[in-house]
Write a protein that binds this ligand. Structure first.
Ligand code: ADP
Ligand code: MG
Length: 613
């Protein structure tokens, strides 16, 4: 029997390679535009027809190619960008594989026109299905134009695999944004058939973001972008994050490294975490973040279509990124504020059916000075407090209309109405508890509902986070130390979280290997639930997919806050409610619980009025 192994003809080998590199019109666009960027272009024009099926044309004013190079460019593994394997680790160009043009030319009809500055005449090459049909000298401007016609003309299966025009176009624009957002020094023009879709003059990054996204109906980009900036010897971080109030379910998020778009779920977490206290759990912030690092410290994915990139100093960059975003959010004080202002205090006359209701004047102390605080009643001093009016003379007024409303008296607890208030502890705000779930109080602009459980969770979370960051702790000592033991493997993990546990108030010592004794626990925690708490924590550490320590402190603070907070269904006294309101509004973020759920809802006067019309 004769030998059966032979080399594949170039056209076949190229087509196989093309299967990887060129999956759809958008891939052609990406490869061509990246080549133009590598050629030093300052102007790039893109024309597509039929979502790129029949034509993708890219024209640049880059350095062009010599006649021989133009011919060589279509060979497989032909590149001017690297010469040795080491070059892969100091890449400063977008391309390096030398496969794109060979692949494109194997599955489409390609026409190239190119001229260098120093040449009088340029060259034109026509190539289709890897076969050169024509090559001649032509008059042409400096730079390069590629026309890619009838993509997959010779691979019907792939042609059929393409999706609808809209889908293919959306892929094209996705690629275009990734390139244009980071190459803001380049002027781009994009034509879809006859229609000019983009005309983007060179601009700074912020303007470029606006140029692109105001185009597709997203306004207000300039108002929402907060600049981030950090320069360390590991990484330079720059770019923008959107203000929390612009967060949305499908946000616009871009990471770039050294001028290249990348996906990076781990860094994404760093940004999300910085926002997590300020936005709803199911929402996500917009961001455009540009990293610059020494090319030696990253590993560009060798796979032609993958956008993941490995970083040598991933953890350190994670922290820098997280800190940058936190800083800008703090600096611009982007936590939305509530419009407390001078106006009516709460006058909700809901208690008329109460038999033992006290006449309003019994609560009135003519000598009471609201600005002189009594010893026994400590409060943080808060500006917003003064925005309440008449808070020492709240008087329930009977009102026939409301007494017939659906609210039952069990549901509405009005401590001030049922109990005489000691004169030395006057009510600050008029409050009542609704369905043992909400605290209701009046604002100048309407009625405010506060979710008691979430509010308290926020207060405690901030408290524990503060303890952790100050490395301070307050513990309650256990009368009888509790003992528990772990497997050796578990104890190794548990030891890693001991320092953090200490900061929140745990006093745990290990008496012998893998045996622990609990002497003290955080305040406000029920000693009976400690074991469960610790085991849950261990479980979390064990099953964490990434570095738990990055999020351990906030996880711990959250678990504790959840454990210790006032729950729905718990009755609160007026004083407790007042205290809760005070403490909530001295938190940096009163809007959302640490789990990203809404704490405060305000029904405005206008809204209320409109319901009566
Ligand atoms: P790679 O970009 O990985 O080098 P390509 O197949 O995309 O491989 O391109 C092959 C070569 O053709 C490039 O290395 C470059 O020298 C040349 N080339 C491609 N496009 C252009 C262009 N628009 N202007 C100048 N040279 C180009
Ligand atoms: Mg290339």
């Amino acid at each position: 029997m004769s030998d059966i192994i032979h080399l594949l003809p170039d056209s076949v080998a190229n087509q196989i390679a093309a299967g990887e590199v060129i999956q759809r019109p958008a891939s052609v666009l990406k490869e061509l535009v990246e080549n133009s960027i590598d050629a030093g272009a300052t102007y790039i024009q893109i024309v597509i027809q039929d979502a790129g099926r029949t034509l993708i044309q890219v024209t640049d004013n880059g350095k062009g190619m010599s006649e021989t190079d133009a011919r060589m460019a279509f060979e497989r593994h032909a590149t001017s960008k690297i010469t040795q394997v080491e070059d892969l680790f100091s890449l400063r160009t977008m391309g390096f594989r030398g496969e794109a043009l060979a692949s494109i030319a194997s599955v489409a009809q390609v026409e190239l026109r190119t001229r260098r500055q120093e040449d009088e005449l340029g060259v034109m090459i026509e190539i289709a299905g890897s076969r050169v049909f024509k090559q001649e000298s032509v008059q042409t401007t400096v730079g390069t134009t590629f026309l890619v016609k009838n993509l997959f003309f010779n691979v019907p299966a792939r042609r059929r695999f393409l999706k609808s025009d809209n889908v293919e176009k959306s892929h094209i624009f996705t690629e275009f944004y990734r390139i244009a957002l980071v190459n803001n020094d380049i002027t781009f023009s994009v034509l879809d058939g006859q229609e000019e879709v983009f005309q983007l003059p060179a601009a700074n990054k912020k303007v470029r973001i606006e140029q692109i996204f105001s185009k597709v109906g997203k306004k207000k980009w300039q108002n929402q972008l907060l600049p981030i900036e950090s320069d360390t010897n590991l990484v330079n971080v720059s770019g923008y994050v959107g203000k929390p109030e612009f967060a949305q379910k499908s946000a616009t998020q871009y990471f770039f490294v050294n001028g290249r778009y990348m996906r990076h779920p781990y860094f994404h977490k760093a940004v999300m975490l910085a926002f997590s206290q300020m936005i709803q759990a199911n929402e996500s912030p917009n961001y455009f973040i540009y990293l610059t690092v020494d090319p030696q410290t990253i590993d560009i994915n060798i796979h032609p279509t993958k956008t993941e990139i490995k970083f040598e100093n991933e953890q350190a960059i994670w922290s820098i990124l997280n800190a940058c975003v936190k800083e800008v959010l703090g600096k611009f004080n982007v936590v939305p504020s509530i419009d407390f202002d001078q106006a009516d205090a709460l006058e909700i006359p809901v208690a008329s059916r109460l038999e033992n209701i006290r006449p309003p004047q019994t609560n009135f102390n003519p000598n009471y000075n609201p600005f002189k605080s009594s010893e026994s009643y400590k409060r943080n001093s808060l500006d917003w407090e003064t925005l309440y009016n008449n808070f020492d003379s709240v008087s329930p007024k009977p009102d026939a209309e409301l007494s017939s409303a659906e609210m039952s008296l069990e549901e509405i607890i009005i401590p001030s109405a049922v109990q005489p208030i000691p004169l030395n502890q006057p009510t600050k705000h008029s409050v009542y508890q609704f369905k043992t779930k909400f605290i209701v109080t009046s604002l100048a602009s309407g009625l405010m509902f506060i979710h008691q459980q979430r509010a308290h969770m926020r207060i405690l979370f901030d408290h524990y986070m503060q303890l952790i960051s100050k490395k301070e702790s307050v513990s309650q000592q256990l009368l009888f130390p509790e003992q528990f033991s772990l497997s050796h493997a578990d104890s190794l993990l548990f030891d890693t979280v001991l320092p953090e546990l200490k900061f929140v108030g745990f006093e745990i010592r290990s008496s012998e290997s893998a045996v622990y004794e609990i002497f003290g626990i955080p305040e406000q925690i029920n000693p009976g639930s400690i074991n469960l708490f610790l085991m849950n924590l261990l479980d979390k550490v064990k099953h964490a997919t990434e570095d738990v320590h990055a999020t351990l402190q906030s996880d711990l603070a959250l678990s504790l806050a959840k454990f210790a907070c006032v729950k729905v269904g718990q009755k609160l006294t007026e004083e407790e409610m007042n205290d809760l309101i005070d403490r909530l509004f001295s938190c940096q973020n009163q809007q959302f619980s640490p789990e990203g759920k809404k704490i405060v809802e305000i029904m405005s006067m206008e809204e209320l009025d409109s319901r009566f019309n």
